[in-house]
Design a protein around this ligand. Structure first.
Ligand SMILES: [Zn+2]
Ligand SMILES: [Zn+2]
Length: 285
């Protein structure tokens, strides 16, 4: 309604348009529902928002529906968890064909493997005399992708450990007695999957990996863009990423990676991503 009013009467919207293209909902490990996220984006005067859940697309459609009512554009996306050695690498697929049944089957399969891994970890914990119920672990995970943080919480509830960190160095960290290897896609598998389902592949939080040769390798392999606008990037890191983006004609995106206050306050909108990122993604689609 406001948009129509503006078109007819020429009222001015704020000059600069912003978006937040990386937010987690209750469909993975976020605390806000897709509806709450879109409402919050509206409150913060964002023009577009993207629900980016881990290996899950269930939050997209409800976000689009509420977005239509509130006048906030919702960019469909999924964040694929990949492994390089024992390190997690995340690749986002924007504008992926999220309603495609084959894609949903692939994602369900990834989720099933996570549950399988959690069960194996719980079995190993029993052998170590640190019993937790898998039922409780899954309850803690809720809609989200079950993983070690949920197991750590169950261990804490049962009194087997006295701090969250202890779970990792005593039982479930890499090389610990209850560790079970993850079965994950490689980044190249994820890029292929995203391409097969008409998405645009973007490397999430590129500086987190502390591995510049990995970034170079993925660019070489055809990754289409990098997350540039992230609150944690230093000026130096911004310059470094900006150079890569210019030299290799990549798309610059970004977002807050907001988990709905899980890591403190609700960050939605704080990374000040220019709306141009959405235009570039649409163009590349
Ligand atoms: Zn991530
Ligand atoms: Zn994320």
């Amino acid at each position: 309604m406001i948009t129509i009013f503006n078109q007819i009467f020429g009222a001015k919207k704020p000059e600069k348009k912003y978006c937040d293209l990386h937010i987690h909902s209750t469909f993975s490990d976020g605390l806000l529902t897709p509806q709450q996220i879109v409402a919050s984006a509206k409150e913060r005067e964002l023009d577009a928002v993207s629900i980016v859940d881990h290996d899950a697309v269930g939050g997209i459609e409800p976000a689009i529906q509420i977005g239509k009512k509130l006048g906030v554009e919702v960019v469909p996306a999924v964040e694929m968890s990949c492994m390089v050695g024992d390190a997690d690498v995340h690749i986002i697929g924007y504008y992926i064909d999220y309603q495609n049944k084959k894609l949903i089957t692939v994602l369900n399969d990834i989720q099933a493997k996570r549950v399988d891994r959690a069960k194996k970890i719980v079995e190993k914990l029993t052998e170590q005399g640190a019993d937790v119920e898998i039922k409780r672990v899954l309850e803690i995970a809720g809609n989200g992708a079950v993983g070690r943080p949920h197991i750590a919480q169950a261990l804490l509830e049962e009194g087997h450990i006295s701090s969250y960190d202890e779970a990792f160095w005593k039982y479930i960290g890499y090389h610990c007695p209850a560790y079970v290897l993850k079965e994950r896609l490689s980044p190249l598998d994820a890029m292929k999957l995203i391409k097969d389902f008409h998405g645009v592949s973007i490397l999430a939080h590129p500086m987190i990996y502390n591995n510049r040769s990995l970034i170079a390798y993925l660019i070489d392999q055809g990754i289409q863009g990098l997350e540039l606008w992230r609150c944690e990037h230093s000026d130096n890191e911004m310059r470094y990423l900006n150079n890569l983006i210019t030299n290799h004609h990549l798309i610059a995106t970004g977002g807050t990676d907001c988990h709905g206050g899980r890591k403190g306050k609700i960050l939605i909108g704080e990374s000040k991503v220019p709306y141009q990122a959405v235009k570039d993604l649409k163009h590349a689609r």
